[in-house]
Design a protein. Structure first.
Length: 223
């Protein structure tokens, strides 16, 4: 009796559908037929490609078929042995390869950006060095201009001093000119006086000599 009951319960369990909200993946060995029912006599609804994801609606353990639904909403039955709980290795490999290619492209792009930044940094360093050189040249020119300006101020100060000296010399020259004029007039007067004195002396001498001659003649006439 117990065996009969267990057999009935097992048959009922195997015949009853199981519901599961999980995803399964088509095996990567070949394409799988999705049929309208749980036997090969049912029509083929669609061919499912290897690695395609489907959603499990219910699983029939008795017939070993599982009712699935594709991403676009199409439902049908697939042999349970053709479903895997994880993506196919081929699909995973393709996804990994695609991810690798994307990462590699991103790395190449970042390397390119790094190269551009390095070039920009090198250019900036070169420009900075050029600016430093220009700044040093400007500072040297500024020092020279300051020196020239100081020399100009010194020259202007010297010119001012020389102008003062020239003015003083002009005043002294004017004074000397006046003194020379006075001395010239005095010299002329002295020469005039001396000439008059000489003439007077000559006149007196002439008179004396004439008188002496007269006296001698008178004395000779008396003999």
């Amino acid at each position: 009796m117990k065996r009969v009951v267990l057999s009935v319960l097992l048959s009922a369990y195997l015949a009853s559908p199981l519901y599961a909200a999980e995803d399964r993946y088509i095996t990567d060995e070949f394409e799988v037929t999705m049929r309208s029912g749980t036997s090969t006599s049912n029509s083929i609804v669609r061919m499912l490609r290897s690695g395609q994801r489907v959603s499990v609606i219910e699983e029939d353990l008795a017939t070993q078929y599982t009712l699935v639904e594709t991403d676009d909403g199409k439902q049908g039955y697939v042999l349970s042995r053709f479903l895997m709980p994880i993506p196919a290795a081929r699909q995973t490999l393709q996804e990994l390869q695609q991810s690798y290619q994307q990462q590699q492209a991103r790395i190449d792009s970042q390397n390119s950006e790094i190269d551009e930044l390095n070039q920009a940094l090198t250019q900036e360093q070169s420009d900075n060095q050029a600016l430093k050189t220009t700044l040093r040249a400007s500072e040297q020119e500024l020092t020279e201009v300051r020196g020239a300006a100081q020399d100009t101020l010194n020259i202007l100060e010297q010119n001012k001093h020389l102008q003062t000296v020239v003015e003083q010399l002009r005043e002294e020259k004017a004074q000397l000119t006046e003194v020379n004029a006075e001395l010239s007039d005095s010299t002329k007067l002295d020469w005039f006086i001396r000439g008059g004195a000489v003439s007077l002396i000559a006149f007196v001498i002439g008179i004396l000599v004439t008188r002496i001659r007269w006296k001698k003649q008178d004395s000779w006439g008396s003999y």
